[in-house]
Write a protein of this length. Sequence first.
Length: 401
Amino acid sequence: MKTLLIFGVFALIKFCSSLSLPPSFKKCDKRKADFDECLSVAIQSAISQLDKPLEEYGLPSFEPFLIPNLPPKIGRKIDFYHRYKNFKIYGRTKIRKTRANMDFHDKTLTLEVLNPEVRYVFEYEAKGKMFLLPIDTSGAGSGTAYNVTYVYTFTFGEYTREDQRYFQVIDTHLVMQPQDMVFHFDNLLEDKELNDGFSRLLSKNWKIVFEEIIQLYVEIYGRMYSDVFNRFLRKVPVTEIFDGLNNVTYTITFTSEEYTKDGKTHLHVIDHNLVMQPQELIFNFENLFEDKELNDGFNRAMTRKWKKIFNDLASLYVVNYGHAYAAIFNKFLSKLPLEELFDWLPTSKSATKSDFNECLSEAVHGAIRQLNEPMEEYGLPSFEPFFLGKFLRLPTGLQEL
């Protein structure tokens, strides 16, 4: 009998196109109870370091954070055309408080950041009326927000590149909540005293200005920050950002025997053993309950208790996976004789090439990667997805799938 042991770790393999987390960035373990607290500290520390760019990671300097051009907007109540360019934001790296919550089930990050003072410096063009005063001018302007809270909600999609998992921001929502704002526009009105008085009037009525004008741009700020975030996420795989996210490890042992067909030697799997070792399982059952909130809560509870569920049920299901893999392997082995599988067959243990197992590991890894589409000539189905029509063994009381 022949025995083949395949140790498949479906986890990260570092390629030159990916990066590890910057050494000065803190990494948090999602398996730990204080994960969100750790993540809050890590994000605040990372943002505070962006007073200079990290070009290797696609991260610009946040001091200032530059928005080259903002399109013109008109408020609902204020007849005021305004366009901004060279819009610079200062103070985003000076953070008083950060609170982060990462929901891996929904792939959503909620981030609340409190900045004691944020300054906006810009060039403007303005035309129309504000508080009954005619305006048709351009110049420099500034605004300062005090004790401003930014609440970001990032929703992620996930994709695979070179066997590594990456996140991508697919939706962003930003809420900005200042406690006070002060504005100043140079050359808004020709008379300096009147101009300064007008700036004070804007500051006094900052809530109206904020609701009618600035809120129109908050969506743009959110998109800009998500674009920066995505540049970073394209560089760094998910498992480099968080500990405890390595994927599942499969250890498959195939025992085979030789037989002869058409004068050539073939292998046939006669026994197999599959061990599955995940670091995490996420469950999602749709329409299990009519109430969506209850349904989602049940999925989250299942996910939190994944280890118990896995330990109770996994052995009954893993055997089905093993049967399926063995059947596929046998179809492949029936197509190719032993001499076609290996260039050189040793006649004794001492004759075995020293790098044979390393070579075989690379060969198996490369072959599995190609099974994103079927190879019907060789009896190999697509592994994306790998389809099981039904399970052969089930826990007592469960219906056949």
